[in-house]
Design a protein around this ligand. Structure first.
Ligand code: AHG
Ligand code: MN
Ligand code: MN
Length: 335
């Protein structure tokens, strides 16, 4: 019986085509895969191992942390700090850049991550995920700080997420299309289950948190109203709606059957002095990269997400992503 293509097989195969590759990138993705397997295990055990509920702490963004937010963040640190593949790590759940302990070898990559996305869904046993983004560390800097991380999304060398759903799936881009792997728990390996993923340019499915409708800007009001008018409206087709409240699950659905996902700018966000709800470097950039690599589009409404120049690591942005023609339409309404 064949094993199939493991994630490691796939990365090593890809690396062969990159002149000068040293194996460090393969090691990095392996470490990420180990972290994801461990998080999958804890998420899966849930109430059996007392990991549900609140941690009674707040993160730097002023959000209530769940126990699993804190545990997942620690798992990522543990899995990444030993093998000399990263130079530093930044996470949604840490106030500032995590520096490797003295004596640990420094690698040539920077890792950014949302250790547990959709954490409001943990206690209700709905899909959550881990999102990661990889940048090159600048040469000659021993302990990279925040400034070294502030690169636009176009500079990412790889990005991906792991979805903890009915099955655990790791979805990856290294700038050459999108590939999906499914965790085979019996052998503890991610196996390739789908490659060259593409998103239809058109869709009949939108995802937005409609409870914020009264705060939306005019272009979003117009677009959603047109979706709701269905076949009788200017778009000439009936739409379906979904809102999981786990971006990982929404992006995975869009990669599977198309759609448009929006967490746009609104007057409530603006009044709180923020530039959006979702985080540019931990959520928007890696997801934008995956969506673009699958032929979709990702915009703030006013700009391509991947071209936004970050000013701080925890920066937020409006996000509109998915099927290309619909994202273009919403961006055109903003113009
Ligand atoms: P996180 O759990 O990492 O804070 O992210 C949650 C994000 C995203 O995954 C989701 O799309 C959105 O927040 C949901 O926001 P609402 O609760 O406002 O719908
Ligand atoms: Mn998140
Ligand atoms: Mn999170």
């Amino acid at each position: 019986m064949r094993i199939g293509t493991t994630l490691t097989n796939y990365i090593i195969d890809n690396q062969r085509h990159i002149p000068g590759a040293t194996g460090e990138f393969t090691g990095l993705l392996n470490d990420i895969a180990v972290a994801c397997k461990k998080i999958a295990d804890v998420v899966n055990k849930g109430g059996l191992v007392n990991v549900l509920g609140s941690a009674d702490t707040e993160n730097v963004q002023g959000e209530q942390q769940k126990k699993l937010d804190v545990i997942s963040n620690q798992i990522v640190i543990d899995a990444l700090q030993h093998n000399g593949t990263i130079a530093a790590l930044a996470s949604e759940e840490m106030d500032s850049v995590y520096h490797l302990p003295d004596g640990k070898p420094r690698g040539k990559y920077l890792l950014l991550c949302d250790p547990l996305d959709g954490s409001s869904n943990i206690d209700v046993n709905v899909s959550v995920g881990t999102i990661f983004s990889i940048l090159k560390a600048p040469e000659g800097v021993d302990n990279p700080g925040e400034r070294e991380f502030l690169k636009p999304g176009t500079e990412q060398v790889a990005a991906g997420y792991c979805l903890y759903g009915p099955s655990t799936m790791l979805v990856l881009t290294t700038g050459n299309g999108v590939t999906m792997f499914t965790l085979d728990r019996d052998i503890g390996e991610f196996l390739l289950t789908r490659k060259n993923v593409t998103i239809d340019a058109d869709t009949r499915e939108f995802a937005i948190n409609v409870s914020n409708q009264r705060f939306w800007e005019a272009p979003v009001q117009r677009y959603i109203a047109e979706c709701q008018q269905g076949r009788e409206g200017p778009l000439g087709k009936d739409f379906n709606m979904r809102w999981v409240a786990s971006m990982v699950a929404e992006v995975h659905r869009i990669l599977t059957r198309g759609g448009i996902f929006m967490y746009p700018m609104d007057s409530k966000i603006q009044a709180s002095g923020k530039q959006g709800k979702l985080r540019l470097m931990y959520e928007a950039n890696p997801m934008a990269s995956i969506i673009e690599q699958a032929g979709g589009a990702a915009s703030t409404g006013r700009q391509r997400i991947l071209e936004v120049q970050p000013e701080e690591i925890h920066q937020r942005v409006p996000v509109i992503l998915g099927s290309r023609n619909e994202v273009k339409r919403v961006a055109a309404y903003h113009a």
